[in-house]
Design a protein around this ligand. Structure first.
Ligand SMILES: Nc1nc2c(ncn2[C@@H]2O[C@H](COP(=O)(O)OP(=O)(O)OP(=O)(O)O)[C@@H](O)[C@H]2O)c(=O)[nH]1
Ligand SMILES: [Mg+2]
Length: 370
């Protein structure tokens, strides 16, 4: 879905124009008149601004892993050109770039390992390490590569990801919890998902917030709830959750926001555990910032796994880091599916379903070769 701002001379003609261009795929979110001064400020005229959400019809069908014409090419390092990530998230940028139709691909079946003494392999390892991939993860990747060329290593990364990470099926259950360290983007991610579910899928969403630690936290979620016109309830103790689930039993999805917990604060974590324990048939999303240092990822995973072993990941703030290899580390450590990645602060645009293949291509796009 895309959110667009459109402008016209009056409301009716603008509606007609939207209808003509987008048909039923557009939903009007806001419609406002704006007074504008003429060039010399003598007369003012009015124009209409509308914010619309347009469903993208174009489903981005990603080809299976296929790196044409480089099957046997050896890897030669070249200087990297860094795109401006802040204005254009790299994840999206690459998504367009790789939209070439290319069928067929088989999972890697390792034949012989890449020669660790080979110059190209050494170079490739170094590049991947620069992307933030830890040595034990590299070890796993290279032990699966059947040759010293880029294609073999690409396939091995893809294979490793598929092997480590169970697939996430995006048909969410009714009850969905969002847990994770402070400030990683839990509330913002809930707002993004709520907007997508409401606007795109016409689902009935109810928000519950158990984050009563910070006064502003409830208000933050309430603001999004008001804009999207969805009910929101505050849970002050875990006993209340059952009554809200009963009250909103006709909702399609209930998203439950929780207070950011430092993985070092055991008391808060045990409260969270009790809250999770009150609900059955739930999806738990552990939200992690992409830039979290690997050692912290390990500590966070250790602690949260004591509360629950059954969770999927949402990796946030991909737009804030240049090294995207940490995602491999997170997968290697947690062996959990990555459901979504987020790429900025905009609600609801900056969220995407995670695709293994797309990620591998993005990573491989960072490796320069002849
Ligand atoms: N750059 C960037 N910022 C993000 C992203 N997601 C969230 N943020 C920002 O991160 C900050 C914290 O987001 P919140 O959603 O409040 O995080 P939280 O996990 O709910 O925080 P607590 O409830 O305090 O634990 C806000 O400024 C968000 O706008 C993202 O994908 N990219
Ligand atoms: Mg929050």
């Amino acid at each position: 879905m895309r959110i667009l701002k459109v402008t016209g001379k009056d409301e009716l003609s603008l509606q007609e124009q939207i209808q003509k261009e987008y048909g039923d795929k557009a939903i009007i979110i806001t419609s406002q008149e704006e007074k504008r001064k003429s060039l010399f400020g003598i007369k003012s005229r009015s124009i209409w601004n509308m914010t619309i959400a347009v469903e993208d019809n174009e489903v981005e069908i990603l080809p299976p892993l296929d790196l044409p014409d480089n099957k046997s090419k050896k890897i030669e390092p070249r200087p990297r050109i860094e795109p401006n990530l802040r204005s254009e998230p790299r994840y999206k940028e690459q998504r367009v770039e790789y939209r070439s139709p290319a069928p067929k691909s088989q999972p890697v079946s390792p034949k012989t390992e890449a020669d660790p003494q080979n110059g190209a392999v050494i170079t490739l390892r170094k590049i991947l390490r620069d992307e933030g991939i830890e040595d034990d993860v590299l070890q796993e990747i290279f032990s699966q590569a059947y040759d010293d060329n880029l294609d073999a290593v690409s396939r091995s990364i893809y294979y490793t990801l598929n092997k480590l990470m169970p697939k996430f099926h995006h048909n969410l259950p009714k009850i969905n919890f969002f847990i994770g360290p402070t400030g990683v983007g839990k509330t913002t991610t809930i707002a993004k998902l709520t907007a997508l579910k409401v606007l795109q899928e016409k689902k009935k969403i109810v928000l519950l917030t158990a984050d009563t630690y910070r006064i502003a936290a409830v208000e933050q979620l309430r603001t999004y709830a008001d804009i999207l016109g969805v009910p929101i309830e505050t849970i002050y103790n875990d006993e209340e959750v059952g009554q809200y689930l009963e009250k909103w039993k006709d909702a399609d999805h209930i998203f439950i926001d929780t207070a950011g917990r430092s993985h070092k604060n055991l008391e808060q974590l045990s409260e969270l555990e009790q809250l999770l324990f009150k609900c059955e048939d739930k999806q738990i999303f552990l939200v992690l910032n992409m830039s979290t240092a690997y050692r912290d990822v390990q500590n966070i995973a250790n602690i949260y796994e004591k509360i629950t072993k059954d969770f999927a990941l949402i990796i946030t703030k991909l737009d804030e880091t240049d090294a995207i290899g940490n995602l491999m580390n997170i997968t290697f450590r947690t062996k959990k599916p990555i459901a979504y990645i987020t790429t900025g602060q905009n609600v609801p645009n900056d969220i995407e379903k995670f695709e293994n293949l797309q990620y591998v291509k993005l990573l491989i796009g960072r490796l320069n070769y002849e």
